[in-house]
Design a binder for this molecule. Structure first.
Ligand code: SF4
Length: 360
């Protein structure tokens, strides 16, 4: 497998070259804008496998493991190399976490929040543009820099190239001679690598692993917040499955469309707003269901695995409706609950194995 640099190595290298680091909570945010200020966003999808004892004094036990891990990670001093912390208001848990950072913890890093509109109307576009402009003004104030429109647009293009390659890796999935665990490690490296480095790795993977032979494995779609623990991919492959459709918030729901125009704030806002249907954006069940059905028809997927983080309410609300809609169209689905700080339970593994067997 291709050797990927660790987050620590990436942070050290970026800082040694004069850059700054922003730790970013899940999951929509104006990434290109940060790069225009020579700030590298490093995403915090947990991280997993944390002892969350220290977060329990600030967050209730019925809040998801992602929010607990972020706080525990901070309290252990693991964000000390970061200059900024960005917490988008993705859900109630992260909104609460943003308040804890701003009102109680008084961190040495500058804390920014980012509101996303729950709609796709013109008024939402105007609101989002203002939010992105707000971040721009704060970064100007914090860094003393003022990148012009052209600089920001150049970074938008670089980020868009990285997204297009992520899409290509998934689109060509059946023709890539690589297991899902390794492929997802590469796909997810975009969460911490500078986009230009991710582009090189993705291009290398596409050229080195592409074959003319279509995989005969059973195509499935995966949905949820983030593929964590990633070991689930090994079980799917062991049971002759292959992930050909991605509806994870960390990946497929951030397959932002390309943008155009001279106003970088509008470009970023339109891209974020026109991303695939998403629970955190309040999209309708119908919109999400049609998206999954579309993915299934394009990829011949036989089933959908909803890999859900326990207590992630915004995902749970959709599940009964999505499962029913898929069943009516002959597509089987299963819900696997997970805690990012624990290994996949034997019960979950057995249920998934049985599900995969029903698709043979
Ligand atoms: S897992 Fe769900 S509830 Fe938890 S931070 Fe992510 S979106 Fe919010």
């Amino acid at each position: 497998m291709l050797k990927l640099p660790s987050r620590k190595e990436v942070i050290e290298k970026f800082k040694n070259n004069g850059g700054k680091i922003a730790a970013v909570a899940p999951y929509h945010y104006p990434k290109a804008l940060f790069r225009a200020f020579n700030i590298l966003p490093i995403e915090l999808w947990g991280p997993p496998k944390q002892n969350t004892l220290e977060s329990k004094s600030n967050i209730q036990t019925y809040v998801c493991s992602v929010a607990h891990s972020i706080l525990a990670f901070y309290k252990k001093g693991m964000l000390k190399d970061c200059d900024f912390i960005l917490i988008p208001h993705t859900c109630d848990s992260l909104q609460g976490l943003g308040s804890i950072f701003l009102d109680f913890l008084n961190p040495s890093q500058k804390v920014l929040t980012f509101y996303l509109p729950r709609g796709r109307r013109n008024v939402d576009l105007c609101f989002l543009r203002k939010e992105i402009k707000k971040i721009y003004k704060l970064l100007c104030e914090f860094t003393g820099q003022k990148p012009d429109y052209e600089e920001i647009i150049n970074w938008i293009k670089t980020e868009e190239k990285a997204v297009s390659l992520q899409k290509k890796l998934i689109k060509n999935r059946l023709f890539l001679n690589i297991d899902d665990y390794s492929l997802y490690k590469i796909i997810r490296s975009k969460e911490y690598l500078p986009a230009e480095e991710f582009v090189k790795i993705a291009e290398k993977t596409l050229s080195a692993k592409k074959t003319n032979e279509k995989s005969a494995r059973i195509p499935i779609i995966m949905s949820g917040l983030v593929p964590e623990p990633l070991e689930i991919m090994k079980i799917i492959n062991e049971k002759n499955g292959i992930v050909t459709g991605d509806d994870f918030a960390a990946i497929g729901r951030r397959f932002y469309p390309q943008s155009e125009g001279n106003d970088p704030f509008i470009r970023i806002a339109k891209s974020l707003l026109n991303s695939p249907p998403d629970s955190s954006r309040g999209d309708s069940v119908k919109f999400r269901l049609n998206h999954l059905l579309n993915l299934a028809s394009k990829t011949d997927a036989k089933g959908v695995v909803f890999y859900i983080i326990t207590f992630c309410e915004m995902e749970y609300f959709y599940l009964p409706h999505l499962k029913k809609g898929l069943r009516e169209k002959g597509i089987k689905s299963i819900v696997i609950d997970t805690d990012i700080n624990q290994s996949l339970s034997q019960q979950a593994i057995t249920r998934l194995e049985v599900f995969m067997e029903t698709l043979q």
